[in-house]
Design a protein around this ligand. Sequence first.
Ligand SMILES: Cc1cc2nc3c(=O)[nH]c(=O)nc-3n(C[C@H](O)[C@H](O)[C@H](O)COP(=O)(O)OP(=O)(O)OC[C@H]3O[C@@H](n4cnc5c(N)ncnc54)[C@H](O)[C@@H]3O)c2cc1C
Length: 514
Amino acid sequence: MKSNKENFDAIVIGSGIGGLVTASQLAAKGAEVLVLEKYIIPGGSGGSFKRKGYTFDVGASMIFGFGDKGYTNLLTRALKDINEKCETIPDPVQLEYHLPNNFRISVDKNYDQFINKLSKIFPKEKEGIKKFYDTCASVFKCLDSMPLLSIEDPSYLFKVFFKSPLSCLGLARWLPVNAGDVARKFIKDPELLKFIDIECFCWSVMPALKTPMINAGMVFTDRHAGGINYPKGGVGKIAEKLVSGMEKLGSKIRYKANVTEILLKDEKAVGVKLSNGEEIYSNIIVSNSTRWDTFGLNDKKKGLIASKNVPKSEYKWSQTYKPSPSFVSIHLGVEKNLISNNINCHHIIVENWEELESEKGVIFVSIPTLLDSSLAPDGKHIVHAFTPSSISEWEGLSRKDYLEKKEKYFSFLIEKISTILPNLEDNIDHKEIGTPKTHKKFLGRFEGSYGPIPSQKLLGLLPMPFNTTKIKNLYCVGDSCFPGQGLNAVAFSGYACAHKIGSKLNINSFKLPD
Ligand SMILES: Cc1cc2nc3c(=O)[nH]c(=O)nc-3n(C[C@H](O)[C@H](O)[C@H](O)COP(=O)(O)OP(=O)(O)OC[C@H]3O[C@@H](n4cnc5c(N)ncnc54)[C@H](O)[C@@H]3O)c2cc1C
């Protein structure tokens, strides 16, 4: 079956936020794009699914990038560029930590309030705390003062350097640096350094010494600048609106469209083949599938590119970065009276610092109905919790053992969350349990991984690849590209990818965005 009746300027494989920002940005520039999504809803890890009157977020629910000033508010910008907008609900607190030795602290939107609180817990480190977080703010200031497009495009680099030379030099300085090294310059207290570790781990799944300073600067400051804002109706609204905006501009999305191969001719990407045998052609192919899945960078699974054509640089990348563990996630509908309105929306529980990077070492809990009650039926709340888990824990089990193990993890999570929400077990109206296998199957992600993490300590973000690949006309976008995981980060990757393609198609505006 060959289908090439419609001539698309680009095909995007996958409708994660990285793929959709690429597609919608290209649509905004006048290109016609076809997005092929193997699942039945858009958004990937940033989607939402509905069950029995509940709207559950698949993964992400602490959303950065919805501010209204500067250049780092990439989700606001991506929607605006295609004439869409998400109504958002500001969260006064990013999250509350429940840490060993009764160390409890919440991160307020107000920067000084948070710094003062932390300084009261570590009075001897007052100056170091301020210096560390102020340094993060200086990184953010550089990012926020320049339009964020493709670093691979020389004309953009020239223009942006002309517009904001000091910011560019500032960023270049921080690119090879990790947050833990900066923290150690200013802070000596081992427990406070552990706190900086969990501050990084909760979004990078790495301790501070392996977390790039650029990302830390972004996260540790944007939460106080643009703030954390929840999209009304669920996180999936972002993807739905990106889809509807790009469709209004003439681009298309097809669901249940599983790409099994990227077609090459004369060493150039020329099209894709779907699992039903259909072939669709375009001069530009963008993969929002992870690099492991795109290039089959492991023995177990064939990638979308035939192994004889996989560039050596991709194998090198897979030695530099390894897949982080996946998660066991539970999505609960619970009785409303279980939860007081004064409790914060997002929580992190760590019982033992030594277990930070271990299976089940950290527990993430979100109660998004505290911000948007429309996500659950009347009289109910949603509790979404997850803990790191490797796929190796779940492979080779009989059906019976698999189901038993799921229930054991469920009981483990309920017991731990009950320290914040007592009597949880007796108040559950609906439950869903997802394992690394579920993440792998429904998100199409290698080993169900959250994303790439350094195999050893690296020079900050320097080794992270951009969007072009060594295969002509093939681009990658999403969390296995610069600058990594998180909705705002993959939106950055999408902006950069569309800009790079736009310069090839000659459809970029000459002017940098306002
Ligand atoms: C449990 C969890 C919690 C998280 N919490 C947060 C949070 O609070 N805040 C935050 O900012 N980030 C969070 N993240 C991270 C964030 O969700 C991801 O980094 C981001 O959504 C990844 O986007 P992506 O563009 O790389 O694509 P993905 O989300 O991986 O989507 C890729 C899409 O491509 C499709 N696809 C793959 N292969 C094919 C193929 N061959 N053919 C067709 N379609 C294909 C998939 O079905 C999927 O829809 C969380 C992630 C998880 C898993």
